[in-house]
Write a protein that binds this ligand. Structure first.
Ligand code: FES
Length: 172
């Protein structure tokens, strides 16, 4: 899905992030590719091709090597996140108590699956298979910095309706 160009990564900030990563030799440079990509991914929520090119340039390695790692690891995003970001827990307890219904509801009702962003760019979701550590409130999601538990599809709609005061994402 596409988002507005304003979500492009600021390469000056990338240069600043990379300035703290200083390999002593070629081997260390190779080892630091992941660390560099992680810094950018954590800061912006994704890594653009232009940012990946800067990593290659900074570490004196090939763009192919950097792209290869960027696209190999599922933790890295190569598209911008929406304005809001929601983790949907799909760990054992959440699964047993209905997280699959939430995932299906997001797909059916909002048109988004794991890693997708709504067409209006408001919401990105990520389904996580590891436990988020709040099993007594399963099924559970984390929307931006807020935690919501004991969810059903209807309650999830209410959470999204409240969080997005002008209506649920994808409905504008
Ligand atoms: S399995 Fe979802 S919070 Fe533990």
């Amino acid at each position: 899905m596409s988002l507005s160009p304003s979500t492009e990564i600021d390469l000056a900030v990338v240069r600043d992030l990379l300035s703290h990563i200083r390999p002593n030799d070629d081997q260390e440079a190779q080892e630091l590719i992941l660390a560099a990509l992680q810094e950018i991914n954590e800061h912006f929520g994704w890594v653009s091709l232009a940012a990946a090119r800067l990593v290659a340039e900074h570490l004196g390695t090939t763009e192919n090597r950097v792209y290869g790692l960027l696209t190999f690891y599922a933790d890295f995003r190569t598209e911008p996140r929406g304005k809001h970001f929601m983790l949907v827990c799909h760990g054992m307890s959440c699964y047993a108590l209905g997280s699959q219904r939430l995932v299906q509801h997001l797909q059916d009702g909002y048109g988004i699956g794991d890693g997708d962003t709504t067409a209006d760019g408001e919401l990105t979701i990520q389904v996580v298979n590891g436990c988020l550590g709040v099993c007594d409130r399963a099924p559970f999601v984390k929307l931006d910095h807020d935690f919501h538990g004991d969810l059903t599809p209807d309650r999830l709609d209410a959470v999204l309706g409240q969080a997005f005061s002008r209506g649920a994402p994808g409905e504008r």
